[in-house]
Design a protein around this ligand. Structure first.
Ligand code: GRF
Length: 226
């Protein structure tokens, strides 16, 4: 009998409700999933997601940023140490509301993912749904990307597009996008954890093989009649 490949140990970093964290935990319960959620870590002791993770028997940790004031690296040194002592291979940022310094990002290059609620490179930063509506875009969505020092600028691993429909509000659009976030984050993590996709030395995405990328669906919004 061949031994099953070792699963990558993933830490999910949150600051709030953790619905993407919950989706990752759910996906990782499948025996075939190439990663295990080994730690959920929050920078806020009151993050609602911590209780959800504990309920699912996932080890949790809090590294509060407040005692470190403006010293981002001091906070990140504790964060880094906590991740390393838990034997973490891959970090998934999931609504983690701290900007990370190049020092930290470079220590985890190619091993840190983020989910952003827009089709990057459009709408980097905050309030993406309100900004998408204000711009009048017809397609919006979400992106899982490798984290690089520049905010929301890393190469995309997976994206999902949704239509913007008449009468949308930032709340209705956010909900439509969030449903897709919960699909693509586990799928993108599986690609990275299995080694099918990686960040190459030039900072570009390597893999998956071209055959898997053949487009078979096109989303047009609003739809073309007939
Ligand atoms: C999500 O919209 C994610 O794209 C963004 O922050 C939000 C986190 O939501 N980075 P949740 O905590 O995963 O529910």
């Amino acid at each position: 009998m061949t031994a099953a490949p070792t699963k990558k140990r993933v830490a999910v970093l949150i600051s709030g409700r953790g619905s993407n964290m919950t989706a990752l935990i759910a996906a990782a319960t499948s025996p075939a999933f190439p990663a295990t959620i080994a730690l959920v870590l929050s920078n806020r002791p009151d993050a609602a997601g911590l209780a959800v993770a504990a309920e699912a028997n996932i080890p949790t940790a809090t590294v509060d940023h407040k005692p470190h004031g403006k010293d981002r690296e001091a906070f990140e040194r504790v964060l880094d140490e906590t991740l390393r002592s838990a034997g973490i291979d891959i970090v998934c940022l999931a609504g983690f509301m701290r900007v990370l310094t190049p020092w930290f990002v470079e220590r985890w290059t190619g091993r840190m993912l983020n989910i952003h609620p827009s089709l990057l490179p459009a709408f980097r930063g905050l309030d993406t749904h309100a900004r998408a509506l204000a711009e009048g875009v017809r397609l919006h969505g979400c992106t899982v990307h490798f984290v690089v020092p520049e905010l929301d600028a890393g190469p995309a691993i997976m994206q999902a597009a949704v239509p913007v429909v008449p009468g949308d509000t930032p709340t209705s659009l956010a909900a439509r996008v969030l449903t897709q976030e919960h699909r693509i984050y586990p799928a993108a993590l599986a690609l990275v954890a299995s080694g099918a996709v990686a960040l190459d030395a030039d900072g570009r995405i390597a893999g998956p093989p071209a055959a898997e990328l053949t487009a078979n669906e096109v989303l047009v919004s609003p739809p073309i009649a007939g």
